[in-house]
Write a protein that binds this ligand. Structure first.
Ligand code: G3H
Ligand code: 13P
Ligand code: ZN
Length: 284
């Protein structure tokens, strides 16, 4: 099966009050784990590639690996650019077979973010490719900023309304208290803000930095309107923990397959767990 656009996946998810998991890939084993988990759970799935993944694996490898993966399963699979940094990169991914791109203009002033997102949409629309935009700044857990400083970066509901109305974007990433990477404490989501945003926009909402967010908080966010949940760090943790365990048990192991095979199994398990939390199990 070829890649599906996230627009249709997220509209169905929004109506059904579940979320589609968007899992970051970096190598063959993680790509395989994502589709194996989705197939086992009969769930639609989004494979996404970050800047780091593209730099590490190469765009052509990401596209080739994910195409083979999608063709090997019956469930719908989307290939999505995560945090696209420029118009040119989005176009490059579209030309190379991605079914969806994110243009991350969140660092720009609102009007410039709108203009850039619209420019990407003008190319994407005729091709049937979907576009995710971002409003508000989703930081990294390594960002050394206080809670009140963080709140200043949270998505403003009125701006979200204007952003969605003027761009017509297919999915909106919001900043409501999550951050990329490993959390130091337990993240607290601003559900009131999410409620306000959802009142003002009908666009499916995307939750970034979802690794380490308690399952109940994820479920609540989904009930309020989150339709795409991004997970990277939890896969990295599971993958490397399993590889470490093999090497700790046998420091003389030299066969990469004996290290990466169990790592792939661990990735499948964590992705299946996430899919069940998101409620997308059986929704393919
Ligand atoms: O958006 C954040 C992802 O975890 C990507 O991180 O650029 O290191 O692959 P990365
Ligand atoms: P985590 O690594 O915190 O799960 O975030 C993933 C993400 O938001 C990718 O865009
Ligand atoms: Zn992100």
């Amino acid at each position: 099966m070829s890649f599906v656009s996230i627009k249709e996946l997220l509209q169905k998810a929004q109506q059904g009050r579940y979320a589609v998991g968007a899992f970051n890939c970096n190598n063959m084993e993680i790509v395989q784990a994502i589709v194996a988990a989705a197939e086992a759970e009969k769930a639609p799935v989004i494979i996404q590639a970050s800047q780091g993944a593209i730099k590490y694996a190469g765009l052509n490898y990401i596209v080739a690996l994910t195409k083979v993966a999608a063709a090997s399963v019956k469930v719908p699979v989307a290939l999505h650019l995560d945090h696209g940094t420029s118009f040119e990169q989005c176009v490059q991914c579209m030309a190379n077979g991605f079914s969806s791109v994110m243009i991350d203009g969140s660092k720009l002033p609102l009007a410039e973010n709108i203009a850039l997102t619209k420019k990407v949409l003008e190319v994407a629309r005729p091709l049937g490719i979907s576009v995710e935009g971002e409003l508000g700044k989703i930081g990294g857990t390594e960002d050394d900023i206080s809670v009140s400083e963080k709140e200043a970066f949270f998505t403003d509901p009125d701006e979200a309304e204007r952003f969605c109305r003027e761009t017509g974007v297919d999915a909106l990433a919001v900043a409501i208290g999550t951050a990329h990477g490993q959390y130091k404490g337990v993240p607290k989501l601003d559900f009131d803000r999410l409620r306000e945003i959802v009142k003002k926009v009908s666009t499916p909402i995307v939750l970034h930095g979802s690794s380490g967010v308690p399952d109940d908080a994820i479920r609540e966010a989904i009930q309020l309107g989150v339709a795409k949940v991004n997970i990277d760090t939890n896969i990295r943790e599971a993958f490397t923990a399993a590889a470490r365990q093999v090497l700790a048990a046998n420091s003389k192991e030299i066969d990469p397959r004996k290290v990466l095979g169990p790592a792939r199994e661990a990735a499948i398990e964590i992705i299946r767990e996430k899919i069940r939390v998101f409620g997308s199990s059986g929704k393919a």
